[in-house]
Design a protein around this ligand. Structure first.
Ligand SMILES: Cc1cc2nc3c(=O)[nH]c(=O)nc-3n(C[C@H](O)[C@H](O)[C@H](O)COP(=O)(O)O)c2cc1C
Length: 212
């Protein structure tokens, strides 16, 4: 029998979506192995083109690799900031915290196996990028599953994909998708941090919908 999702569940699902948040401020307490396993198992339930399941999760356990990634993200953040023409915007950008790589108890690099044999290429012939879309869906599934457990996830993109690929020594056909920080959020908030900091507010959904 498929489950029946009642109104209370739907209400809570709405709350989960509203409270999902991208987290950059983490407490340092570790996550249990079973928690991480549960979250990765949840991510495995994501839809994927041809059921190819092309996501590859690399857990970064080495303290040296973590610090190298953190330093790299700091460098890339500074480089991106120096390109901003408006001095006020440049100062605002500099004050933003854009990763929790030094604090989060779990760091996961996410790749897309562009040569995944699973799925036999079904659905990806005209749009090979759908493999990467599938990986993003797995990340989002993990994100929601984490939040449902009271945990926070932060997605870091201020890094050079080639740098991470080489640093972690993964096969060249694995395309870098995301670097994730996972852990207990310091202060959960209903409003995105970039909105609270005056950088970019969430738009009304109607802004992004058109009709033809
Ligand atoms: C593809 C992607 C890349 C992102 N990269 C970063 C990043 O490098 N650093 C960061 O602090 N947040 C990053 N974010 C988080 C966004 O800033 C955040 O999702 C957005 O401001 C909305 O806030 P919310 O997720 O809390 O709703 C990224 C999010 C996505 C989906």
């Amino acid at each position: 029998m498929p489950p029946r999702f009642g109104s209370e569940f739907r209400e809570q699902l709405g709350e989960l979506l509203a409270w999902r948040r991208d987290i950059r401020h983490f407490r340092r307490d570790p996550l249990g192995e079973s928690v991480v396993a549960e979250l990765l198992a949840a991510a495995q339930l994501a839809p994927s083109v041809g059921n190819s399941q092309p996501w590859r999760f690399v857990r970064v356990r080495s303290a040296d690799l973590r610090e190298t990634l953190a330093e790299h993200a700091d460098t890339e953040k500074a480089a991106a900031g120096s390109g901003l023409a408006d001095p006020a915007r440049r100062a605002a950008y500099a004050s933003l915290k854009l990763h929790g790589l030094r604090e989060a108890p779990e760091i996961i690099a996410v790749f897309c196996d562009e040569g995944a044999a699973e799925g036999g290429g079904l659905g990806a012939a005209t749009m090979p990028e759908t493999r990467a879309y599938s990986v993003v869906l797995a990340v989002h599934t993990l994100w929601l599953a984490a939040r449902a457990k009271g945990l926070g996830l932060g997605w870091i993109s201020i890094i050079e994909p080639d740098f991470v690929t080489a640093l972690l020594g993964v096969p060249p056909r694995w395309r870098f998708i995301a670097l994730l920080c996972l852990g207990h959020p310091e202060e959960p908030d209903m409003v995105p941090e970039l909105q609270r900091r005056g950088w970019q507010a969430r738009l009304d959904w109607r802004t992004n919908v058109s009709e033809r």
